[in-house]
Design a protein around this ligand. Sequence first.
Ligand SMILES: Cc1cc2nc3c(=O)[nH]c(=O)nc-3n(C[C@H](O)[C@H](O)[C@H](O)COP(=O)(O)OP(=O)(O)OC[C@H]3O[C@@H](n4cnc5c(N)ncnc54)[C@H](O)[C@@H]3O)c2cc1C
Length: 409
Amino acid sequence: MSSNLRSIGIVGGSLAGLRSAEALRAEDYDGSITIISAEDHLPYDRPPLSKQILRGTWASQQSQLVDEEKLSRLDITFLGGTPASAFNAETREVGLADGTSMAFDGVVIATGAQLRHLPGTQGRPHIYGLRTLDDAVALRDGLSACEPGSKVVLIGAGFIGQEIATVAVGLGHRVSLVEGLPLPLLGIVGEPVASALLALPKHGGAELVLGVGVSDIAAATDTAAAGVVVLQDGRRFDADVIVVGIGVTPCTEWLADSGLTLENGVVTNDCLIAAPKVTAAGDVARFHWIAPGRDELARIEHWQMAADGGAHAARSLLAGQDATRFSPIPFFWSDQWGKKIQAVGRPDAKDEVVFVEEPDDEGRFICLYRRGDLLGAALGVSRPAKVMGYRALLERGASFDEALAHARA
Ligand SMILES: Cc1cc2nc3c(=O)[nH]c(=O)nc-3n(C[C@H](O)[C@H](O)[C@H](O)COP(=O)(O)OP(=O)(O)OC[C@H]3O[C@@H](n4cnc5c(N)ncnc54)[C@H](O)[C@@H]3O)c2cc1C
């Protein structure tokens, strides 16, 4: 792909940023590539953080996505520990936290997302969140330093919260999941599926406390090293370890005066272009998703979206006005309670759901989401091959009836 860009800056040195850089070289772009990264680590993968790293079955380096040798072979300059603090989309000048700045012909924004915090909990001993490798190592060490049978309270029972709970139960701890919604994952998968998924933590041995928020985390006591989690209905839970998993927000503070449109992420067109010669991808990007049954702005926090989006954002940058539409088939997985949850397409809590395999005794099932007359998504528990079988149908915008026929075949 020919391009008149001679210098490209990628802000955010994780999955989407790295995939952008790799795609630029794959497209024979031979100008300079600089990755500006807030973290000191080389790009690493986040899914293992709440799985292998937390369990202690992987050393930290095993989550690394690239080594110095490959970066050097691809002639990519990696500036670690260098957060961007400002941006001008017109001049494509990136201000850095150390007061210097760098200007580029083209810029990819890939700054991902950061944890939401409960007020007053940051920096308190034995209270954790999980987004980065450093978070994972701290939590792993915190969990393994406790005697088996210690009290672990997770605030938030989303996918990552339940993965952490799985590991904590595996270490022999007593785990309580406190969730403000009446059912975990309700807003993502909808009521019928959230109800079916409830079997997993129940069989896994965690206590579920649903439909009530946290009003305070009171000070540590002799029987609660991390503090006492106080619920809005007055119940109190002693905790030796507390993990706050109440979601993330896109990292856009540094873009406040950039001239870009920021609305729950960096808004892009359907090609991931945010402004001329500026693209965005991964957890930070809210892109115009145009596909069968879709015409909406979407910010989708899945590994596959960051990997594919990163590469696409690079190609769009090089192609300029000839850029092509980003038409992903979203895919996510979560490993929890000895099961693998997977979804292709985009489950929507508002869509009608049909179980084509009803939940069995172990909580395995497959269901389909109907979006108008079309198949919107397929979600399954420990049915990997069958779930992936719906991908081709989603790619060609298959009708819901076709999907039901596929299920019966
Ligand atoms: C613990 C965990 C488990 C997960 N498990 C799964 C899973 O099982 N399946 C799945 O589909 N998805 C999973 N995900 C989601 C998936 O990892 C993310 O969607 C993916 O990491 C997004 O990649 P990204 O590059 O867009 O953003 P990020 O991975 O968030 O990376 C953004 C990078 O930009 C840096 N940055 C932020 N601000 C600045 C700045 N101002 N200047 C410079 N750099 C900056 C950040 O420090 C970070 O290094 C998981 C996520 C986590 C945290």
